[in-house]
Each structure stands twice: as C-alpha cells, then as structure tokens.
Design a protein around this ligand. Structure first.
Ligand code: SF4
Length: 175
C-alpha cells in the first residue's frame, strides 16, 4: 500500500454552504509522486505541478490535495468526512498501483468553465459586492476576462483560505 493512513486533524463549519462542514486531514506518506497520475485520471482536476497542489470535486465536495494533507469543503457531516477520507485514500492507492498503465500529466488542464469556478466561489447570492448579480455571473465574467478574482472581496475573507488557494490555481490558466 502506498498511502497507509489518512487522519482527520480539524473539522469546522463550512463557510460556503450552511449545515455543511469543512475538514483537513493529514497523510501518513508524501503523495507528491502520485499527483501527476491523479491529474491524468481525475477528469475535473486542476493541477499545479510546481506548486504541488491538485484541486477536484466529488459531487459538491471541494477537495484540494497537497503532498502531505488534504482539505475538503462542503462535506455533509463528520461521517461523510470519514467516508470521503477513505475514498481519497483508496483513490490515491489505486492510482499508484495503476501508474504503469497511466501517462502522467504534468501541465495544467484546460480552462475551467464558469460552472467549475462557481462551485468554488462563496455563493452568497445577492451579495453583489463584485458588481455582478450572482456568483455564477461573476464566474462567467472571469472566464471572459471581464473580472478578476480580486474583485470578489468575500473570497479573501478569513476562513476562505483553502477555497482561495484552489481558485487561484484554477484561474491562473485564464491569463
Ligand atoms: S462578491 Fe463574491 S460572493 Fe458576492 S456575488 Fe460577487 S462573486 Fe458572489
């Protein structure tokens, strides 16, 4: 087994969606070597090889993998946090086992769609502090080059750091 254990180290209320949680979990082993293979097998992955960070979604859950830990937003509950952690561990180990049949991808993936960006935004409909009616409209403007991440003040507020890091990676391919 490549990754022996994954341990949840913190749980907090989700800032994006009420009644959901966010959590952080530590890996027992460094997964850096598997990240390019995960980038190849996960269809919605956004990967920065130099920064060693890979973002993806599982249903509505927002998952960001680093060499030694993972952060997840929009998890359903603490039980779901444990199930999602087990799923991530299995995904990493399966990808490692299958690596000889997989062509690793080291560069970033294609441009994110407005819907993908929207999933990682604060989704405070009606806030409009960016000048747009909705977060989805803001995401569409970002893809078209009409808005920049800096123009959503909410995502820069404390507590949104994990979402912000993933969004920065995502939108870096838009410039
Ligand atoms: S400022 Fe941010 S949270 Fe508010 S509507 Fe715009 S994108 Fe959404």
């Amino acid at each position: 087994m490549f990754l022996n254990d994954i341990e949840i180290t913190s749980v907090a209320p989700c800032i994006v969606v009420p009644n959901r949680i966010r959590f952080r979990a530590r890996f027992s082993d460094d997964i850096t070597a598997v990240l390019p293979y995960l980038n190849a097998v996960i269809k919605n992955a956004v990967y920065n090889h130099e920064g060693k960070v890979l973002s993806m979604t599982k249903d509505e859950r927002l998952i960001t993998l680093y060499p030694q830990e993972v952060t997840v937003a929009k998890a359903l509950s603490e039980d779901d946090a444990h199930e999602t952690s087990a799923w991530i561990k299995e995904l990493i180990n399966k990808t490692y086992v299958d690596r000889e049949n997989t062509e690793p991808i080291y560069e970033k993936r294609s441009r994110p769609t407005p819907l993908v960006i929207y999933g990682w935004l604060p989704q405070k409909t009606g806030c409009r502090r960016c000048g747009e009616q909705t977060c989805l409209a803001f995401a569409a403007q970002m893809v078209n080059g009409g808005k920049k991440l800096e123009e959503c003040p909410v995502i820069w507020e404390p507590g949104n750091e994990d979402l912000l890091e993933s969004l920065k990676e995502m939108v870096s391919v838009l410039v």
